[in-house]
Design a binder for this molecule. Structure first.
Ligand SMILES: Nc1nc2c(ncn2[C@@H]2O[C@H](COP(=O)(O)OP(=O)(O)OP(=O)(O)O)[C@@H](O)[C@H]2O)c(=O)[nH]1
Ligand SMILES: [Mg+2]
Length: 487
């Protein structure tokens, strides 16, 4: 890859010394500054002095041990008292020589240290450049590098664990094994290209058809985890809707654990939507409280509020439809339920602590009878009874929420440890499976092996691209520009 094509990326094996703060900007107890590149201790030794004895140069720092010393600038003026750790190649994050300084977390100290290292011959690192070097030096593949960015961006522990498994190579192993199986198939077909008229023995033919099928199943299984991966990465928008006074804002506050939204006994209290971000069973959720939907007795402000509710409902991944369990549902409940359109929902029968009206149960069973989805299948809308005033009753609601958002049947693959969390991987898996299906089809119809080979090669390239086996400047810069400086 040439620098001309993409000036943001250095060629593999670049020998520059690069430097960057690895901790976030601002004041803190400690800041970490990283320096990387072959022989970069030479730059480090210009700014680092052993303990208090003024000009003693560190001959050979102990590898991978923290050592206390002083930092000085190029004129010898003291910058800070700091710890240093030297990671000689190849046992470092990048596989190059790498030095980490732990200084006091003052922006002034960090910038003086970086200036001193720049004066000693280093240059500023670009976003993700340390990880890019780890990739170029073969320590991690591209999917693992993307796992690092995912881990840094993760908002919940579950998202973090999925990213960690990706860094550890969980996804890479699966993709490699799928790719190996595709290579085996390609080799079988290739071997027969020279003898097109020779009939493949039926037993071999059957074996190959089975191999195609199981390969497709393997890729499908991986693709099926992408929904959960998207959820962990982007989170879900969950709107709370229903007619006025059913306890939507109370539920919002209860799920959040703080009294954030106004609650009054008067219908029509909430006028504008309120959002808050929370972690529900490891899923990052943006929860939205909305104005109650009703058709009569509404002024201008409430009408605008209701318009907003409808917009939020439309854009939500899921709606918590709240009804008052203590009253018989009426026309307004039905109208606000109809207003949900096709958005997926959980029915929340709130105020379960109150005695129900004698005919309430019957009214609700008529209201929430199974609905039909786009392919006219009966879908079960989960119905959960809660009391927004009693936190313990919210557990089943959280379970229903988790189940609705993640879908069922994906837990198994999560246990095995692989979730596809990057859109790029999902796209590549789709291209791969299409290629394999076309090759499968050509083979099943006994077409010439050449056609199957073209499709199989496309699938192999696509699987290889997940791991970065084929280098593509545009993809690399897109991946590494997501990183922060210093990683
Ligand atoms: N007993 C009981 N009262 C509740 C419960 N949840 C809410 N309430 C009461 O119901 C009334 C309305 O609650 P809100 O949370 O403001 O209802 P809302 O759906 O947000 O109402 P609007 O904003 O007007 O649409 C308040 O007096 C709450 O205290 C519950 O679970 N049990
Ligand atoms: Mg409200």
């Amino acid at each position: 890859m040439s620098e001309q094509q993409n000036p943001r990326l250095d060629p593999p094996g670049s020998r520059d010394w690069i430097v960057a703060p690895a901790t976030a900007a601002g004041s803190g107890a400690i800041a970490v500054v990283r320096l990387d590149g072959p022989g970069c201790w030479r730059a480090a030794s210009k700014v680092w002095r052993v303990s208090s004895r003024s000009d003693e140069l560190p001959a050979s720092p102990l590898a991978r041990r923290l050592t206390l010393g002083r930092l000085v600038d190029e004129s010898g003026a003291e910058i800070d008292e700091a710890m240093v750790a030297f990671f000689p190649a190849p046992h470092s994050y990048t596989r190059n020589d790498l030095v980490e300084f732990q200084c006091h977390g003052s922006p002034a100290v960090v910038s003086a240290l970086i200036d001193a290292l720049l004066a000693a011959g280093a240059r500023m690192a670009r976003p993700g450049e340390f990880t890019l070097r780890a990739f170029f030096n073969g320590r991690i593949d591209l999917a693992q590098a993307e796992g690092v960015a995912n881990l840094i961006a993760s908002r919940t522990r579950k998202a973090g664990r999925a990213a960690l498994r990706q860094i550890e190579g969980g996804l890479s192993e699966e993709v490699l094994s799928l790719r190996d199986r595709a290579i085996d198939l390609a080799a079988e077909i290739e071997a027969r290209l020279d003898f097109p008229d020779e009939e493949i023995p039926p037993a071999d033919r059957k074996k190959m058809l089975d191999a195609f099928e199981s390969l497709e199943t393997g890729i499908e299984r991986l693709i099926a985890t992408a929904r959960k991966g998207r959820l962990l990465r982007d989170g879900a928008r969950v709107a709370i809707a229903g007619k006025p006074n059913t306890g939507k804002s109370s539920l919002f506050n209860a799920l959040l654990g703080i009294e954030r939204a106004l609650v009054t006994p008067r219908p029509g209290t909430t006028r504008d939507t309120i959002e808050a971000t929370l972690d529900i069973r490891g899923i990052p959720v943006v929860l939205i409280d909305t104005a109650g939907v009703r058709s009569e007795g509404t002024g201008e402000i409430e009408r605008l509020g209701i318009e907003r509710t409808l917009r939020e409902v439309e854009g939500a991944d899921l709606v918590l439809f709240v009804a008052d369990a203590s009253r018989r549902p009426d026309d307004e409940d039905r109208k606000s339920l109809d207003a949900l359109g096709s958005t997926r929902r959980i029915v929340v029968l709130n105020k379960n602590d109150l005695p129900p009206a004698s005919d309430a149960a019957e009214g609700f069973s008529g209201l929430f009878s199974p609905s039909r989805d786009s392919s006219d299948r009966e879908t079960e809308t989960p119905v959960v009874r809660v009391s927004a005033l009693q936190h313990a009753t919210l557990q089943p609601l959280e379970t229903a929420l988790e189940r609705s958002l993640t879908g069922t049947g994906e837990e198994a693959s999560e246990r095995e440890g692989t979730i596809v969390t990057n859109l790029r991987h999902e796209e590549r898996l789709h291209v791969a499976i299409e290629g394999i299906r076309r090759a499968h089809d050509a083979f099943a119809r006994r077409e010439s092996g050449e056609c199957a080979m073209i499709d199989l090669n496309e699938a192999l390239d696509s699987l290889g691209a997940i791991l970065g086996l084929t280098l593509d400047d545009a993809v690399l810069s897109r991946v590494f520009n997501r990183f922060c400086i210093g990683k």
